[in-house]
Design a protein around this ligand. Sequence first.
Ligand code: BYC
Length: 472
Amino acid sequence: MISSDIIPNNVDLHLNKRLQRALEHWQPQYIQWWKDMGPQGFQNYHQVYVRTAVSVDPSGWAHFEYVKLPEYRWGIFLADPIANRTIGFGDFHGQPVWQEVPGEFRNQLRRLVVTQGDTEPASVEQQRWLGHRCPSIYDLRNLFQVNVEEGRHLWAMVYLLHSYFGRDGRDEAEELLARQSGNRDKPRILDAFNQPIETWLDFFMFTMFTDRDGKSQLLSLSESSLDPLSRTTRFMLTEEAHHMFVGETGVARVIERTCQLMKEAGFSEDIRKVGGIDLPTIQKHINLWFSLSLDLHGNEISTNAASYFANGLKGRAEEAKWTDHKVVEDIYTLQTVEDGAVTTTQVPMRNAMNEVLRDWYVDDCQAGVNRWNKIFERYGMSDRILLPDRKFNRNIGQFAGHHFDPAGRMLSKEEWARRKHEWLPVDADTKFLLAISAAPIYETGKFANYIAPPQRGIKGKPVNFEYIRTEA
Ligand code: BYC
């Protein structure tokens, strides 16, 4: 269903000339941004075997081909409408969904769309130097796949801004290309998207934990009463699944290799000496990215979240699984800090919707960690990876400004300062990770010493397939 040559889409863009022109005007700015801020050094001479969305047909929505990255066909695809869809939660539960933005919710909806949109280019910016340290061509291809699809997710939000938010929306679309990850004057909106991602361990953790926040937020937005927002996020979730696959299997392959090396070298040996990533370093990176991604769910007690829910803008993940969709009287019990001690408090559940979504997220992360721990079982090892307590290393919400160890025990400021390096990566860890990846592996079928090869290749291709071709 591609109806425009310039911008592939399934929204009949050619029927809305004004919108088409506006998006075609934004497109060159986007391409310039991609060249400036996207993967550095791989724009001109490399052809990458990537998937491109061409429709939303579940039986074949993408095709795979070699493309030069700036020539990727970024398009606009919304999941098919659900006939007679009604609002699934909040004060308007049961009423027909909206095809236009109601004036009274315009600001809130724009804010949600802009915040979602801002994370997409941010992640591309964060990862733009990683190609120079890649552990294999297979992994490099996966990085670029994730990057181009984050670019497409930006397109998804820009389509909504241009289509439904008029002049303000067009201005916001320009701002999405003007803010920059880590820029002191114009940073990205959410904290975790201003952290540099310098090492591949960070990249795998990011795609495991931060992309999973993408999943929980997209699930909750896919419940939205604004039908185009629901439809666009529903299709984004299809692509997002691969990003979390990259993260989960990336970390799994690092753990696998570490186990192999530990077995070979003897368990008392310092695994770094043989070029492996020691388990404490892996655990520290889990602690970091899990806690940063917990922050991305916002305050535990939030009037914003209550109002998003009441107005039907943002629901819970998998709203249909709940029985009460109005949630007017329910109470939620959560932990908080009072007079310097952890206590529990009860709040109206609508005000705790960020925490309800965080519960879903923690469970989803835990399932992934359980899968990682099976690797140790296979090697007959008693080591285990643990998710830190959700109070650990928080900078947003009730626990910000207080200190906790990964088990959730409260610490004094002094004890935290003394011990945090036991739980979070320090410069020496990053230096080590940079050192073992100083020489990128561009040889087909070869893998860096610190990571095991994947079990299979992409789209039925062998592991040693030439996922990236270089022009002479
Ligand atoms: N950093 O009432 P609260 C993805 C601000 S990832 C900085 O709790 P709310 C992806 C907040 O803005 C998913 N500031 O806020 C992954 C507010 O500011 P004001 C992205 C923060 O609105 C990988 C104040 O604190 N999508 O897709 O309930 C690669 C009060 O807080 C943060 C979305 O986030 C923070 N972490 O919750 C690529 C969905 N947290 O009003 C892509 C859309 C809070 O005082 N966003 N603040 O100026 C939302 O639903 C909400 O904005 C949030 C925040 C859940 C993020």
